[in-house]
Write a new protein. Structure first.
Length: 261
């Protein structure tokens, strides 16, 4: 059993409980929280990272040496998932009426425990409170040269949760298996051992030029070949030692954030 913090839908405070992150049942939530819709367990800014998986960078091929990129990135490529995108476990992901498919961006979320500025690699984990699961949803697009705001910052495009697992419960965050299921079928499998910048290096590189505050979430990145889901699909993201996050894709005109109309 692992100690976690979660937030029930409609309740203003977080709760501590114990869960089994290895649970693989098909219920919407573990037995002790079965039937509950959960709000995102974090409240800070969510920062995404592009091209931090070796396969994601190599998939660009020679294009990374051509305009507009011209060369591989020397520092983390960052973007923000604003507050309007954040929803919780079992809440519907709105699919825009004029869009047929969405990319499911499975990512480990690093939850910051205290203000972090110019953090060294060796001290980086001292600034981590715990870990959560994030689905960095986006409208399919090719270019990463400019921030894909229209594709990544739509309402409900960032499910987070179901909880924050305390740092001490995750033995090695740089070796966690990540799996994405759509309608029960395995569509993607990867591991954080394929990160270009492992957890400590990423925190150090990011805090070299910006301060992370308590409660902020830093995404380690999205593996290559993000699975595609469409309206009506059920999406489940599993991360070893953290748990699983489940949401359904629902037509935008049938949804209000937090539940169907």
């Amino acid at each position: 059993m692992s100690n976690v913090q979660m937030k029930r839908h409609g309740i203003s405070y977080t709760e501590e409980t114990a869960i089994d992150p290895s649970y693989t049942g098909t219920s919407a939530i573990f037995d002790q929280t079965k039937g509950l819709v959960l709000d995102a367990p974090t409240s800070g800014t969510i920062y995404g990272t592009l091209l931090n998986y070796k396969g994601a960078l190599s998939s660009l091929g020679e294009a990374i040496h051509q305009a507009p990129y011209k060369k591989p990135p020397k520092a983390p490529i960052m973007y923000i998932k604003p507050a309007n995108t954040v929803i919780g476990h079992c809440m519907p992901i709105p699919c825009p009426i004029d869009i047929d498919e969405l990319e499911m961006g499975a990512s480990l979320g690093i939850v910051i425990g205290k203000q972090a500025t110019n953090v060294s690699i060796n001290e980086a984990l001292n600034y981590v409170e715990g870990f959560t699961i994030v689905n960095d949803v986006s409208v399919p697009h090719e270019s990463i040269y400019r921030p894909a705001i229209k594709q990544k910052a739509r309402d409900g495009f960032c499910p987070v949760g179901p909880w924050v697992v305390q740092k001490c419960e995750v033995k090695n965050p740089d070796h966690l298996g990540i799996r994405v299921y759509i309608n029960g079928e395995l569509k993607q499998e990867n591991t954080t051992s394929n990160l270009i910048r492992p957890i400590q290096h990423l925190i150090a590189d990011v805090t070299e030029f910006m301060t992370l505050a308590k409660g902020d979430v830093l995404l380690v990145g999205i593996p290559e070949n993000a699975p595609i889901a469409k309206k009506g699909d059920y999406v489940r993201i599993e991360i070893d030692q953290v748990g699983f996050l489940e949401n359904q894709i629902v037509a935008e005109d049938e949804v209000k954030l937090g539940g169907k109309v």
